[in-house]
Design a protein around this ligand. Structure first.
Ligand code: 5AD
Ligand code: SF4
Length: 438
């Protein structure tokens, strides 16, 4: 028997790729284990969105070195965005690494591993594929009956925001044929999947390049009609491509959850322009107004970058101001990190690190207040919860999510998993609510 250990970093695109990786290596006869020590094959599926994520990969590889010295037969592979960015160089940097598999090459991983097994031939494959080939190779995973699943609708990104490495490591946008998306959703629903999240770096531009494809809003409407499915989510949306037609879906589609993740990145026009985001502060806030008009209790979450090169105190104040105006339910905030190959990497950046950190802390404190206010106000409400499984706290409780994507832990029998049940929120914590069956 052969064992493999897989660790996944980064975003939902990597989660989906990892599901495909698991299927592929299982076909080679490997059985998944939960720690690297007993593994014959170790795979890291990596993220390079910020420098820290990339450093983490090298840190992890370092920890596997003694394992390889003890067991020279051990195979170590790196997939994902760091593999794509570094390519063959990585084999030189890390002499005990065997396989480097790029973001367009996951379907080749089985052959690459076999090559190492049979001839100990180290290999790197990181060539980007042509669009039509890519269109035929959307991640294929075995359908299974989990409560929630991701379904990929578009890969890559054409926006080239000045700070972002994604277009460089994931390639250009390619949309998946609508019929294939619907087939997958139908198959999943038939297996018992209750909620699907349609994913892509920018789902809003679905079908834009492929003249024969429908709009993302039209695709959502078709998915909404799939029998057996209870809930739909999607991510990530680019504000500049959030059409009225798509906003209106939140008022029309009964299965669409009342939550949208809409990364704003910055609150002032000067920084938005330098980031090449393609919208102004007013336009962004206008989208939020329309979303709330169409669906008054929708919750919006966002991403924000602090300390972009040239960001002044007054630029930053505009971001703080926008947080107050937009009243996001939650934000994911990051200190700017220069990424190789991006256009912002060439900008001079004179803001001291300590100033960036101070701004970051101030922003966190403000958002903490806003988030807490939402959560405190929610206590006492009875809400429908889709029960996903055992609570990650390991205390025998179950957990589920509200339509707003908020996690609620509560006591209940395992027969509730996969059902939508009414739960009263009794207490608010930072990352979850405690609830009770109502
Ligand atoms: N530095 C800091 N944050 C970044 N993000 C993307 N690129 C960078 C970078 N170079 C953030 C953005 C994005 C989220 C996934 O990561 O906010 O929305
Ligand atoms: Fe990280 Fe972006 Fe790659 Fe996702 S696509 S794993 S966020 S670098």
């Amino acid at each position: 028997m052969k064992n493999f250990y897989l660790e996944t970093f980064g975003c939902q695109m990597n989660v989906v790729d990892s599901e495909q990786i698991v299927d592929l290596v299982q076909q080679l006869g490997y059985v998944q284990v939960g720690s690297p020590e007993p593994a014959d094959l170790i795979i890291l599926n990596t993220c390079s969105i910020r420098a820290r994520a990339e450093r983490k990969v090298y840190g992890h590889l370092g920890r596997f070195k003694p394992l390889k010295q003890r067991r020279p037969g051990l195979i170590i592979a790196v997939c994902g965005c760091v593999a794509q960015q570094e390519g063959g160089r990585m084999l030189e940097k890390v002499p005990y690494l065997d396989v480097v598999c790029g973001t367009h090459n996951v379907h080749r991983l089985g052959d690459m591993l076999r090559q190492v097994e049979e001839r100990r031939a180290r290999c790197a494959e990181v060539a980007f594929l042509e669009a039509d080939q890519r269109r035929r190779l959307f991640p294929e995973r075995r359908p299974n009956a989990e409560v929630t699943r991701f379904v990929t609708v578009i890969q890559g990104c054409d926006n080239f925001c000045s700070y972002c490495v994604v277009p460089h490591v994931r390639g250009r946008e390619v949309s998946r044929p609508a019929a294939e998306v619907l087939d997958e959703v139908q198959a999943l629903a038939a297996q018992g999947v209750r909620e699907i999240t349609l994913i892509g770096q920018n789902v809003n531009s679905y079908g834009r390049k492929e003249g024969d494809e429908i709009s993302f809003a039209a695709l959502l409407k078709q998915v909404n009609a799939v029998e057996g499915l209870e809930r739909i989510r999607f991510m990530t949306s680019h504000p500049k491509d959030l059409s009225d037609e798509l906003v209106d879906c939140f008022g029309e589609l009964d299965k669409l959850c009342k939550h949208i993740h809409l990364p704003v990145q910055a609150g002032g026009d000067a920084v938005l322009k330098a980031m090449r985001r393609g919208y102004t502060r007013e336009q962004y806030l206008g989208r939020i107004v329309r979303l709330r008009r169409v669906c008054p209790d929708i919750r919006v979450t966002s991403d924000v970058i602090v300390g972009f090169p040239g960001e002044t105190e007054s630029d930053f104040e505009q971001t703080m101001d926008l947080l107050k105006e937009a009243r996001f339910a939650e934000i994911y905030s990051f200190i700017y990190s220069a990424r190789p190959g991006t256009s912002a990497a060439d900008l001079t950046d004179e803001t001291p690190k300590a100033v960036k950190q101070e701004r970051f802390d101030r922003m966190l404190a403000l958002q903490e207040e806003i988030t807490l206010e939402y959560h405190r106000r929610d206590v006492g409400q009875v809400l429908p919860l889709l029960v996903e499984g055992s609570s990650r706290q390991g205390n025998g409780q179950l957990f589920g999510r509200t339509t707003w994507n908020r996690i609620v832990n509560f006591d209940g029998g395992r027969d509730l998993i996969g059902q939508i049940v009414p739960v009263r929120l009794v207490r608010a914590y930072r990352n979850s609510h405690l609830g009770e069956l109502a």
